[in-house]
Ligand binder design. Structure first.
Ligand code: SF4
Length: 179
């Protein structure tokens, strides 16, 4: 392993991990996954996504660092107070990843959120850049949205659980009731 090529990859879920891990490893980065997603509600859903991801990572020998905390009240308060809920959510998750990379001595970080055409990529890029500056680590951004269909294919092939909504209770409501 080359520590200079290290990259901490914020992972939202197993399906998104498939292609992003493959692409970043293909670029020569030594990738460690990082699961920090207090925005996934409820707890059982978070566990289900984490289990699917852990199995995938373990099968492929991908190191995975998991934040065991679940600050639900804090997360709900943050989302309710935010002017733009998703922007606050990206800032929270990417800032935690940048801080963790700095703590582990990993010089850069990225996120699997970059594969979703349903997420605002401009906001992700902005949040990652600011988080990197704040914690003194480089944010590696790639727009992987063209790999989204491939991530569906690979995750289906692997028999992986695919979640029906983004994560927070608001996105779950919008998924079933419409926004
Ligand atoms: S919809 Fe998704 S990105 Fe937006 S606040 Fe909810 S969990 Fe976060």
């Amino acid at each position: 392993m080359n520590p200079a090529a290290g990259l901490l990859l914020h992972v939202c879920c197993g399906p998104c991990m498939t292609v992003v891990h493959e692409a970043l490893s293909g670029e020569g980065f030594t990738v460690t996954g990082y699961f920090y997603n207090p925005n996934i509600h409820p707890w059982k859903e978070r566990e289900r996504r984490l289990t699917a991801l852990s199995e995938y990572a373990s099968d492929r020998g991908i190191p995975l660092d998991v934040d065991a905390g679940y600050p639900l009240e804090e997360n709900l308060r943050m989302l309710l107070d935010a002017e733009n809920r998703c922007s606050a959510c990206f800032r929270d998750r990417l800032s935690a990843t940048a801080a963790r990379a700095s703590q582990l001595g990993i010089p850069r970080f990225s996120t699997t959120l970059s594969v979703s055409p349903y997420q605002d990529q401009a906001l992700i890029r902005l949040a990652g850049g600011a988080a990197g500056e704040l914690h003194g680590v480089e944010f590696v951004y790639r727009d992987f949205t063209d790999l989204y269909r491939e991530s569906i294919r690979l995750s289906r092939e692997a028999g992986m659980y695919r979640q029906p909504y983004c994560g927070c209770v608001f996105s779950e409501r919008d998924r079933y009731l419409g926004s």
